[in-house]
Each structure stands twice: as structure tokens, then as C-alpha cells.
Design a protein around this ligand. Structure first.
Ligand code: HEC
Length: 118
């Protein structure tokens, strides 16, 4: 019984701690400085989207493989809309949990920095 109580206390404490940290700092442990296409964005898209959207599997006629192809979805605002699952956009990745907050923040930071092919 005692162990259960201790576990519950720890769980409660850590969840509270996590909440307040999120509120104060946002996802403070997500580093969105110096996000680049080659070291960050490509990996996220490759891991989560290429299974349906590389040049062989262009589901829905959507190919995200190759910078220029991806960039066209960035410029139209559709890429950010689908990964942030905003209303009016098809939520992506399809039939899978949304990208991690940090992954979305990196994509957003990269786009705000001009979506460079860096
Ligand atoms: C399991 C397959 C699958 C995965 C994984 C997937 N998609 Fe899709 N995607 C689709 C299908 C099918 C469509 C077309 C039908 C629709 O819009 O739902 C689509 C459509 C899209 C569109 C076009 C939406 C529009 O309104 O024109 C974009 C952009 C897109 N996906 C981006 C992504 C991104 C970015 C990821 C990764 C984060 C991703 N998709 C992962 C299957 C997938």
C-alpha cells in the first residue's frame, strides 16, 4: 500500500511539474535554433511521410520527395496546415498519431526562416 501511495505521489508530482513547466516555457527542451532542411526537416518528412509521399508512393498525387516538390506545399501553406492538423486541412500523417510538438515547432521555425534548402 505504501509503495502504491509513493508511486502515486511521484506520478502526481511529476505530472504537475511537467504541466507548470510547459505553461511557463512552452516546450522548453525543443531547440528550434538553427534548424536546417538537411539535418532536421528532411529526417522528419522521411520518417513520417515518405511511406506514402515519396516519388514511388505518391498517395493522393502528393510527392514530398525532393526540395522543390516539398517547397510547393510549404509555399501554399498546406504543409503546415496538415501537420498542425488545422481545420480545413487533411490531418497528416494519415492514420497515425500527429507529429511530436517539437517536430512541428522545428518545421514552423524552418518555414519562418524562409524554408531554405540548407
Ligand atoms: C498512410 C499514408 C500517408 C502518410 C503516412 C502521410 N500521408 Fe499525406 N496524404 C495521404 C493521402 C491518401 C492523401 C490524399 C487524400 C487526403 O488528402 O486525405 C494525402 C494528402 C496529403 C497532402 C495534400 C493535402 C491537400 O489538402 O491537398 C499533403 C500536403 C500531405 N498529405 C502531407 C503529408 C505529410 C507532411 C505527411 C507526414 C507528416 C503525410 N502526408 C503522411 C496519405 C498519407
Amino acid at each position: 500500500m505504501r509503495t502504491v501511495l509513493i508511486c502515486l505521489t511521484i506520478l502526481f508530482w511529476t505530472s504537475c511539474y511537467y504541466d507548470s513547466e510547459e505553461e511557463l516555457y512552452g516546450s522548453s527542451n525543443c531547440n528550434t535554433n538553427e534548424v536546417t532542411f538537411s539535418s532536421d526537416i528532411l529526417k522528419i518528412i522521411d520518417n513520417n511521410c515518405y511511406s506514402c509521399h515519396d516519388s514511388a508512393n505518391n498517395f493522393g498525387g502528393v510527392t514530398l520527395e525532393g526540395f522543390e516538390k516539398l517547397k510547393s506545399y510549404v509555399d501554399s501553406g498546406v504543409l503546415l496546415g496538415v501537420v498542425k492538423q488545422e481545420s480545413g486541412f487533411s490531418p497528416m500523417p494519415k492514420n497515425a498519431p500527429p507529429l511530436l510538438d517539437c517536430e512541428i515547432e522545428k518545421i514552423e521555425a524552418w518555414i519562418n526562416d524562409g524554408a531554405k534548402n540548407n
